[in-house]
Design a binder for this molecule. Structure first.
Ligand code: SAH
Ligand code: SF4
Ligand code: F3S
Length: 477
């Protein structure tokens, strides 16, 4: 999954405090919720479901954990350092809890699922541990803690998609939003903890997805990102009720078209595409709709076929290159980004060189790059020795990061002198004299404010120069 910000980083463990103070939608209890999220966009999207459930149960939200009655931390297990950050953060909550002993501290998400009730033994301040499929049970679990016990629900589900819950948009700019279209993952890449923390793959009702996109559009949103660990395996078949005519199964290409049809003014993005599953049908659908952004996150992980096999990615170097060629053929302007892991078990220097040469071949617009971190319980942890020394992993990572910096700059420089269609998101971080927004390829564009233009509108920007992460220009229409 891609990250929230489009800058060159070597990790994806982001943090988000609750930005808005929101009032309850159900009967008020006067209690305040604070929620903070780490990890991938799916977790951020889940926090919006959690907030919705608690607002319906009379909670309001707060930006300050020190004044909260319930503090939730939605966690990520993807790498060791992601878990370490959560543990450090929990330590920071200790003094707040000491001052306010009634404060409930809850751990949600992937770390909760991975560690289950062990969490309660390891971190004494934690009262509630809740896995990603058990959020409907939160009000009940909070009641249990109010009655003086600790509470755990880490049951994974084969059906839960939270399709009927309208997420509360947290930290939103009111212009772009995430829509979860599926949950879980059936792929079992050998390095990855996600199948264990998120359970089996299941696709959400396509009608509820389209309805959510329509509601967002009517509320003024102009960009939706469809989220799943492997969106290309989206597949929804409506269960048949008595006397009903069966509806045909909807695949990802068809879902994309359905969402794109909501309005030509609504941009559609998606993440993540798995190289083994991305079809030409998806690419042709992207080419057909102007409002489906020409940008694909296609994690390669390694450029070497032997390593890819050990990773259980189920494609090889040639297959990946063929998919890149198909993208370039069908959507010539398409941006491509990737994820890379360096120093996977037994990776040799020559194999690492193949990752670098793959990068040269694709010249990615953007990449998330990581040193391999062994995760307990995964296939790789059971089968292979984590035998590449830490300093070698780090050195290879530096080489990958340096190469990506060259390629990002190369891609950005190619935009200079061109006119780009940009969705205005708001003022730039640096100055309220400038607006910022993204082009189709997801690159940030900064340009002077024009009084007649408001956030949420599209503008055409002539790109005059660039830094390594940002395009700079001026509005031409
Ligand atoms: N479903 C997405 C991946 C989600 S995890 C996909 O298949 O692309 C995001 C990224 O974290 C992965 O693509 C991988 O590059 C990285 N990652 C996952 N497990 C890792 C591990 N054990 N060590 C280092 N990086 C890891
Ligand atoms: Fe993990 Fe692989 Fe599933 Fe991505 S596709 S979440 S890397 S198991
Ligand atoms: Fe996402 Fe981290 Fe879980 S990347 S699925 S929050 S392990």
């Amino acid at each position: 999954m891609i990250e929230l910000q489009h800058t060159t980083k070597t990790h994806d463990e982001s943090r988000q405090g609750e930005a808005l103070d929101m009032l309850p939608t159900g009967q008020s209890t006067g209690r305040k919720l604070y929620i903070e999220s780490y990890g991938c966009q799916m977790n951020f999207s889940d926090s919006e479901i959690v907030a919705s459930i608690l607002l319906d149960n009379g909670f309001e939200t707060t930006r300050d954990y020190k004044e909260a009655d319930v503090v939730f931390i939605n966690t990520c297990s993807i790498r060791e350092n992601a878990e370490q950050r959560v543990r450090n953060r929990l330590k920071e909550f200790e003094s707040a809890k000491a001052k306010n002993p009634g404060m409930i501290v809850g751990v949600l998400g992937c770390m909760a699922e991975r560690l289950k009730s062990k969490f309660l033994e390891e971190e004494k301040l934690v009262d509630v541990v809740v896995g990603p499929d058990a959020y409907r049970d939160l009000p009940n679990l909070i009641d249990k803690v109010d009655d003086g016990s600790k509470a755990v629900n880490v049951l994974l589900s084969r059906e839960e998609t939270y399709a009927d819950i309208s997420p509360v948009r947290l930290n939103s700019n009111g212009i772009s939003a995430f829509i979860s279209i599926m949950r879980g993952c059936d792929n079992m890449c050998s390095f990855c903890v996600v199948p264990f923390t998120r359970g089996r793959e299941r696709s959400r009702d396509c009608h509820s997805i389209v309805k959510e996109a329509q509601d967002l559009f009517h509320a003024g949103y102009r960009e939706v990102t469809l989220l799943g660990q492997n969106v290309d395996s989206y597949k929804y078949t409506k269960p048949i009720g008595e006397g009903e005519i069966p509806e045909p199964t909807v695949n990802f290409a068809q879902l994309l078209a359905m969402v794109a049809e909501v309005s030509p003014e609504l941009r559609v993005r998606f993440s993540t595409s798995h190289p083994k599953d991305i079809t030409d049908e998806v690419l042709y659908t992207m080419a057909r709709y102007e409002n489906i952004c020409k940008y694909i996150h296609l994690p390669v992980q390694s450029g070497n076929s032997r390593v890819l096999e050990l990773m259980n990615r189920t494609y090889d170097r040639e297959w990946y290159m063929d998919r890149v060629n198909a993208i370039r053929r069908i959507i010539p302007t398409c941006g491509i980004s990737t994820d890379v892991i360096t120093g996977f078990c037994s990776e040799t220097e020559e194999e690492h060189q193949e990752t670098l040469s793959m990068m040269d071949y694709v010249k990615y617009d953007f990449a998330y790059m990581f040193a391999y971190s062994e995760r307990p319980g995964t296939l790789a942890a059971k089968r292979y020795e984590d035998d590449v020394p830490e300093e070698v992993k780090k050195r290879r990572l530096t080489e990958v990061v340096n190469k990506q910096q060259e390629h990002s700059l190369y891609r950005l420089q190619n935009f200079v002198g061109n006119v780009q269609k940009v969705l205005v998101e708001g003022f730039s971080k640096r100055s309220d004299q400038d607006y910022c927004g993204r082009n189709d390829q997801n690159t940030m564009v900064v340009f002077p404010v024009d009084e007649r233009v408001k956030p949420g509108q599209y503008v055409h920007v002539l790109i005059e120069r660039c830094t390594s992460a940002t395009l700079i220009g001026r509005i031409v229409t």
